[in-house]
Write a protein of this length. Structure first.
Length: 346
């Protein structure tokens, strides 16, 4: 009771990376609270699936294996999570901020009259005081302990908000892929595996949608897994300006990313957007070209190993987190970088 839960997404019978990242964070939250970490895996043909998650420090794995649970559809997954939570009464539930998580999370939180914070960039446990109105109608200070701090940029990224939900459970949050780092805790970690009777949690009437066909396209690039990322912002000036970045990336065996401003201006495809509303990356080297460094963008790349900023504005916000700053226009600097690497790469 009152444990930390993670809803694990699957593709076929493989648990997705975003869920493994949340298990790593969930383990740390559970340790701080002195409770157990549990997870939910729902799909079809899941024999042995628990082996993928236990090593991340999961104490209890809830497996729901039925033909109608994959591919994901809203009603049956909502029913099984809601009914399980009514039994288990978790204090925290984490989901990926994915197409599935953004569909499932609000449905579960609404059914349980709980709160939900979307697109968190950090999760912590902490205490706080708040003024509340007592039975006599006067205000008094109330102390809350071991609450989930749900941290995310707000108001267009102009502030970083810490959101708490002291009065309702579970405290629910979604986190985008790549924001947290997945780390195996123990290959031989021991856990309890519970194979549930799906019919007990999901009435037959919930299977109202049947997926007749499903087409999954392969990713055009591996931005999240790249060791070097060359990213461009609005300062690149045009779509043609981004051609320089693709040339530089080719020489460095890197991937090309973009800020939201560059994507909104049509300079680059949306699937290359890095930041709060795009992809989160952690490359060994991140080269930011013509990027001012708004908080939404920084949230998606601040954990890079080495950050190099190419910017004509020496006071650009991104320069404050950069390891190296090249002060100059991208039109001047990037061609020189390309020329150098073409000459010296072997």
């Amino acid at each position: 009771m009152n444990n930390v839960f993670v809803y694990c997404e699957i593709e076929g019978t493989t648990v997705k990376d975003v869920s493994l990242e949340l298990l790593t964070k969930g383990r740390k939250l559970a340790n701080t609270l002195g409770v157990e970490l549990e997870c939910i895996i729902a799909g079809s043909g899941l024999a042995g699936v628990e082996k993928q998650v236990i090593k991340y420090g999961v104490d209890k794995v809830h497996v729901f294996d039925a033909e109608g649970l994959f591919p994901y559809t809203s009603n049956p997954h909502t029913a099984l999570v809601v009914n399980l939570f009514k039994e288990e009464k978790p204090q925290i539930c984490l989901l990926g901020a994915t197409v599935i998580g953004r569909d499932l999370g609000p449905r579960v939180s609404s059914a349980l009259f709980s709160g939900l914070t979307a697109d968190c960039t950090e999760l912590e446990i902490g205490d706080f005081d708040m003024n509340v109105r007592n039975a006599e109608g006067t205000m008094e200070k109330k102390h809350y302990e071991q609450q989930l701090y749900q941290i995310r940029p707000a108001f267009g990224g102009n502030i970083v908000a810490t959101i708490v939900n002291p009065d309702h459970r579970p405290q629910m949050a979604t986190v985008r892929e790549g924001v947290m780092k997945k780390e195996v805790l123990d290959e031989n970690y021991n856990a309890q595996v519970i194979n549930h009777d799906v019919a007990k949690y999901v009435p037959e009437t919930e299977y109202v949608v049947k997926v007749l066909d499903r087409h999954v396209e392969k990713a055009k690039h591996n931005l999240k897994g790249a060791s070097i990322v060359v990213a461009g912002g609005y300062g690149m000036g045009s779509k043609e300006g981004f051609d320089m970045l693709f040339d530089l990336a080719k020489e460095l065996h890197a991937e090309v990313g973009a800020s939201r401003a560059a994507v909104d201006a049509g300079f680059c495809d949306h699937d290359r957007q890095i930041g709060q509303t795009g992809v989160t990356v952690r490359p060994k080297v991140y080269i930011a070209c013509g990027i001012s460094g708004q908080i939404q963008h920084i949230a998606g790349m601040q954990d890079s190993g080495i950050i190099i900023s190419v910017n004509s504005d020496e006071n650009a916000p991104i320069n404050t987190i950069a390891d190296y700053v090249i002060n100059g226009t991208v039109e001047e600097v990037v061609p020189k970088l390309i020329k150098y690497y073409k000459k010296n790469n072997k």
